[in-house]
Design a protein around this ligand. Structure first.
Ligand SMILES: [Zn+2]
Length: 185
């Protein structure tokens, strides 16, 4: 019976301002399923190119962060030097060369950031942009000799998400019939 008393005395000695009650639950108990991390948003942004571009390469995020993949989409540009339009309002958070690629990043708030490359831009970090503003010019290089193209990546926090979800309705709205119904054809 003396051990608990000693422990209590020790605890009191170690924490002279100990609170009257100690919370039982801890933040570590919070477990968020991965499926909840990225709900598909409703499309509320505009395309960063005009006219509406063809998608030359889709979003193909790697299964693991260190694997290769395609962390964005490639959009066909009308020409080299085509105007890049801000898909949503925000503020320039980066403009410069990453390795050998000229990159422009816009912070849209709410943890969302768009990055575009290869793009030449006269804007500087901190510049405020409105949706539809011309923020740069598409440069050659990302799609090789294929049509001029713009790479657009979107991050939510540190996670890459599909940029098309912000400009197209990717939410499932129609239940496809079972495969069997197509087997007669
Ligand atoms: Zn790309």
């Amino acid at each position: 019976m003396k051990i608990p008393t000693c422990l209590a005395a020790l605890l009191l000695a170690l924490s002279p301002t100990a609170p009257a009650s100690v919370p039982v639950s801890t933040p570590a108990a919070k477990a968020v399923p991965a499926a909840e991390a990225g709900p598909v948003p409703a499309p509320t942004w505009s395309w960063p190119l005009d006219p509406r571009p063809a998608v030359l390469r889709t979003f193909d995020p790697p299964a693991k962060p260190w694997l290769s993949g395609h962390r964005g989409v490639d959009l066909e540009a009308a020409s080299d030097g085509a105007a890049l339009l801000a898909p949503s309002a925000g503020r320039v958070s980066f403009v410069g060369v990453v390795v050998d690629r000229p990159v422009l990043t816009i912070d849209h708030g709410n943890g969302l950031r768009s990055s575009f490359e290869p793009v030449a831009s006269a804007l500087t970090v901190g510049s405020a942009v409105a949706e539809g503003d011309v923020v740069g010019q598409v440069q050659p290089g990302h799609c090789g000799r294929a049509p001029p193209c713009l790479h657009w990546g979107v991050r939510r926090g540190d996670e890459y998400v599909n940029p098309l979800a912000f400009v197209m309705d990717l939410r499932p709205s129609v239940l496809l019939p079972p495969l069997e119904t197509n087997m007669r054809g």
